[in-house]
Design a protein around this ligand. Structure first.
Ligand SMILES: [Mg+2]
Length: 381
């Protein structure tokens, strides 16, 4: 079997899919994307694809080695995300050839269902309350929310109070048997994080995500030590080498994104590395159906998995939904806040190719907002 072509599709709301064709008619799909830089990753996919054309798709690991290292310059969001989507597509082909879901090829299931969390948006208490009520009604046992909107790097007394009030309200609404995770989006300095984390600790968040930016593991250990709140990070880290310093700093939860961190192959290795530091895996996934399908395959095969993110109903993606690109939306129907084990071959999801081709005609040019502080200086989004 030989790879005969690689196509890419720029699909709303902000995603990029790839389709790897073989001479035996087996097709693999993947999702190589950096949100806001999809066109750049698209170009990188086509550069990496030059190597794949004419080669055996089943040599997944050898192709991973060459695509990640063979260009001399390596790592970073663009190259690692291009590689990630192609890696997903190669695993999809391998599963289809062997008529097995990817998690079976990875050693078989280690759990019978996968716990999911749902996003809640809303900056006002009433919106937050409505959002949480809807998620609880839908059966979710965990939600994640932003700690705050635009925030000073060293938060003011009022900003601190606002964050504490949000977490307290979430805990009150969720009760003791559900979880809330809090995302800080790297908006604080280490000192700001040290101030806030002990104050939300009494409400027992599942984890606090990116309390500081991920490129400063040298201050992360102080943040980890500031409270008993488990610290999570990793959506902006791209390889096991990137994860080592944050694990050494004591993070409790690693959040590689299956579409950024080298795909299924590298996320498996990041999870194994995390196990050495007693950390758990909670893959980042505000993305489309292929990234989520790949995440679920890893979740079912990974012992130190904690919980999975998904984008259905997320506040960024109004108007387009991952369910619009699949022929079998049932695989993403969650029961009691959990995903069932996918049984289809490969990634376990059937892509609606006609819908993908139509969406690519529309395309998108999604960019994240650029925020400013009140004095006009750049603010972390
Ligand atoms: Mg995040």
């Amino acid at each position: 079997m030989r790879i005969t072509g690689v196509e890419t599709f720029l699909v709303p709301p902000r995603w990029l899919f790839c389709r790897v064709q073989t001479d035996e008619g087996v097709v693999g799909w993947g999702e190589p994307v950096v949100e806001g830089r999809a066109e750049v990753v698209r170009a990188a996919v086509h550069v990496l694809a030059e190597y794949l054309i004419g080669r055996d798709p089943l040599r997944v690991e050898d192709h991973w080695q060459v695509m990640s290292k063979g260009g001399f310059y390596r790592g970073g969001p663009v190259l690692s995300s291009a590689l990630a989507g192609l890696d997903q597509a190669l695993w999809d082909i391998a599963g289809k050839v062997h008529d097995a879901p990817v998690h079976v090829l990875l050693g078989g299931p280690v759990r019978s269902r996968v716990r999911m969390y749902a996003w809640v948006g809303g900056d006002e208490p009433a919106e937050l309350a409505d959002g949480i009520a809807a998620r609880v009604e839908a059966g979710f046992t965990a939600v994640k929310m932003n700690a705050a909107g635009r925030t000073s790097p060293l938060p003011t007394a009022a900003e601190v109070a606002g964050i504490v009030d949000r977490v307290a309200l979430a805990r009150e609404l969720l009760g003791p048997h559900r979880d809330v995770a809090v995302d800080f989006h790297g908006r604080f300095t280490a000192a700001g994080a040290r101030r806030v984390l002990p104050l939300i600790a009494p409400f027992h968040p599942l984890f606090a995500e990116e309390p500081v930016l991920p490129d400063r593991p040298h201050v992360l250990s102080e943040v980890v030590g500031a409270s008993g709140v488990p610290i999570a990070t990793g959506e902006r880290l791209y390889s096991r080498w990137d994860f080592r310093p944050v694990l050494e700093a004591g993070v409790a939860v690693v959040q590689p994104d299956l579409s950024h961190a080298g795909g299924i192959s590298e996320t498996r290795r990041i999870a194994a590395l995390a196990e050495v530091w007693d950390a758990q895996l909670a893959p980042h996934c505000p993305l489309g159906p292929l990234a989520l399908a790949a995440s679920l395959q890893v979740a079912f095969a990974t012992p130190n998995f904690l919980i999975q993110e998904h984008s259905i109903g997320i506040h960024y993606d109004q108007g387009d939904d991952l369910l619009g690109y699949v022929l079998d939306p049932e695989v993403f129907r969650f029961t009691d806040g959990h995903a069932a084990r996918p049984t289809g071959p490969g990634l376990g999801v059937e892509i609606d190719e006609a819908a993908v081709r139509r969406a690519d005609q529309r395309g998108h040019a999604w960019r994240n907002p650029v925020w400013r502080h009140e004095d006009g200086a750049f603010a972390e989004w």
